[in-house]
Design a binder for this molecule. Structure first.
Ligand SMILES: Cc1ncc(C[n+]2csc(CCOP(=O)(O)OP(=O)(O)O)c2C)c(N)n1
Ligand SMILES: CC(=O)[C@@H](O)[C@H](O)COP(=O)(O)O
Ligand SMILES: [Mg+2]
Length: 589
């Protein structure tokens, strides 16, 4: 057991000999516990240096070793659901040294990635895709006459999503050779919610493996388990047997999230992911600024205080969305629906229909999962729901899978949808209030992290579709949509430009644009969103409809994948820092 995160590289002689799973297969089974110890030591050291996902990898250390020991990877297929637990897998598959670069610009990807290694069979990041992807691979192999093993490792949290059950349901029908391993650590990021989690936990407590088997056997899987997945003596024979079976196999293992590092075992929520450990002797970082998420958290608590109809819904992202305080204070009005974005949205629709005022707190990237529900169950039915869309725009180290770059594009085509882009924390509170008071579907999108730090003293709804002129300048006007206002301000001051905080993508402040076009030959739209179909496109369409001939420069995230890096580096790469904006505008001026 470790009690501290080593800040100097630990000695790992056995691990150092493993350059690929082929080396691992040279070891005797008796050497594997030693290897697991060294792997954990290195993992602790490495994540301490870089920050990143923490508890999940520690929990699957034995499983990762056992899988590569018994499978013939990379010929056999191994798919890690979500992929946040794949650090030990990266270490054992030739990326030990590179792990010290994970999540950094130019370094290893935060999750498995097909282009990074032949051992990464499927790119992940979003959850609950592993069973479907694995089944697809198993069926493709069968049709091509190939005999390869296919294994999907899925957590109990990821198993709560409908998509996982869609895959299980279909697998039974095909009879494909597929092994699904349920890594049951009784945790999602938060405590795992819902009937399935309770069922698994209860059956384990009562040692009723047979009851759990019934659930998966009903889906025509051959069930084995539960076995202790942190114990090689139980894990290796169970895994060997499951791999030898034909047709859909299901192995249920139990593990401890954060296994081997005492503080993480005790606080798996706090240790889901960590920031990098500052070297001893570094000055302590001064008081942290409130994040946009925490401002949302405060706003919704205030709202719930005043309005008994307020309910909050989160698909398993309570901590990240700033809902912890709400969940404790308004227990009855708080709904963590587990990883179930589609359900979260239609649940909100049902609640709104029956007179509640649901606020769905959801990351932009995960809202992609609930798009049909948004159109069919909310918008067409004209239901009154507020979407608090966090992690909108570039999110930094989690990279392209988690970037929230598309929500404006996919929301603005929905009739009557209000879309708001606060430029700072104060505006966030005011626009949340605006969306809450609007009768119909409304979305407020805001980024990861903190903004300018100006918190609202009092909160009031803003007039719908009204922008605000911040600076009168010459020749060109920046139409700012969202949190890049500080960068826009620097550019506007340096180049003497007009600056408008647009606040609303929809309804767009057409009157403001009508005024600007007369004395600004160049308009510049600025957004932390893809340039394809974003706020710039909304403005462009309006200019076109009115036959305005002004030049339009649309600044936003370019039409390519933006890799993991810090958010600042990503903004710079996209030309969305102040010097990038100044250069782009100067070019045209
Ligand atoms: C579609 C989707 N929704 C939400 C998330 C955020 N998320 C990442 S890991 C995680 C918890 C997963 O729990 P589990 O599968 O049990 O893995 P564990 O961390 O317990 O090992 C969540 C909610 C996600 N990655 N994808
Ligand atoms: C793997 C995953 O989807 C989450 O753990 C995600 O990395 C959380 O992101 P935030 O740190 O922005 O909450
Ligand atoms: Mg879990």
């Amino acid at each position: 057991m470790f009690y501290t995160i080593p800040q100097t590289r630990p000695s790992t002689p056995l691990l150092d000999k493993i350059s690929s799973p082929a080396d691992l297969r040279e070891l005797t089974a008796a050497q594997l516990p030693d290897l697991a110890y060294q792997l954990r030591a290195f993992l602790l050291y490495s994540v301490g240096q870089t920050g990143g996902h923490f508890g999940a990898g520690l929990g699957v250390t034995e499983l990762t070793i056992a899988l590569h020991y018994l499978l013939e990877t990379p010929e056999d297929h191994l798919i890690w659901d979500v992929g946040h637990q794949s650090y030990p897998h990266k270490i054992l598959t030739g990326r030990r040294e590179a792990l010290l670069s994970i999540r950094q610009k130019g370094g290893l990807a935060p999750f498995p990635r097909i282009s990074e290694s032949p051992y990464d069979d499927f790119g992940t990041g979003h959850s609950s895709t592993s069973v479907s992807a694995a089944l697809g691979m198993a069926l493709a192999d069968r049709l091509q006459g190939l005999s390869r093993k296919t294994v999907a490792v899925i957590g109990d949290g990821a198993m709560t999503a409908g998509m996982a059950f869609e895959g299980l349901n279909h697998a039974a029908h095909t009879g494909a050779d597929l092994l699904v391993i349920l890594n049951d650590n009784d945790m999602s990021i938060s405590h795992n919610e819902g009937g399935l989690a309770t069922y698994l936990a209860k059956n384990l407590k009562d040692k009723m493996g047979a009851t759990t088997a019934a659930l998966f056997e009903a889906l025509d899987f051959h069930y084995s388990g539960p076995v202790d997945g942190n114990n090689f003596e139980q894990l290796l024979p169970a895994l060997k047997q499951a791999l030898a079976g034909t047709g859909p196999q299901f192995l249920h293992i139990t593990t401890v999230k954060g296994k081997g590092y005492a503080p993480a075992e005790k606080d798996p929520i706090g240790y889901h992911a960590i920031t990098k450990i500052e070297p001893i002797g570094q000055p302590k970082v001064t008081k942290k600024q409130p994040t946009f998420a925490s401002v949302f958290g405060q706003w919704i608590c205030q709202q719930a205080d005043q309005d008994l109809r307020t309910v909050a819904i989160t698909p398993a992202m309570s901590e990240g969305s700033g809902l912890v305080e709400f969940s404790r204070t308004y227990i009855e009005r708080y709904f963590d629906v587990a990883i179930a974005e589609q359900h979260a949205i239609t649940l909100a629709a049902g609640m709104a229909y029956r007179g509640l005022k649901p606020v769905v707190a959801i990351y932009s990237t995960f809202l992609q999962r609930g798009y049909d529900q948004l159109i069919h169950d909310v918008a067409i039915q004209e239901l009154d729901i507020l979407f608090a869309i966090d992690r909108a725009g570039l999110v930094g180290e989690d990279g392209a899978t988690h970037a929230g770059c598309y929500d404006i594009s996919y929301l603005r085509c929905i009739p009557d949808m209000v879309i708001m882009t606060p430029s700072d924390e104060q505006e966030l509170s005011n626009l949340l209030q605006t969306g809450y008071e609007y009768s119909g579907p409304a979305a407020v999108r805001y980024p990861r992290g903190s903004g300018r730090g100006n918190i609202a003293n009092s909160i009031s709804a803003l007039p719908l579709g009204k922008a605000t002129l911040l600076r009168q300048g010459n020749k060109a006007a920046i139409l700012n949509f969202g949190p890049l206002l500080p960068q826009a301000t620097i550019a506007a001051e340096q180049l003497d430009l007009t600056l408008v905080d647009m606040r609303f993508v929809k309804p767009l402040d057409q009157e403001m644009i009508d005024q600007l076009v007369s004395d600004h030959p160049l308009l510049i739209t600025l957004e932390d969103h893809s340039v394809k179909g974003g706020a710039g496109s909304e403005v462009s369409e309006y200019l076109h409809t009115k036959n305005y001939n002004n030049k339009l420069l649309t600044l936003g995230i370019p039409d390519r994948w933006i890799e993991h890096a810090s958010r600042e580096q990503q903004l710079q790469e996209c030309g969305l820092d102040s010097s990038g904006i100044i250069a782009a505008v100067s070019d045209i001026l």
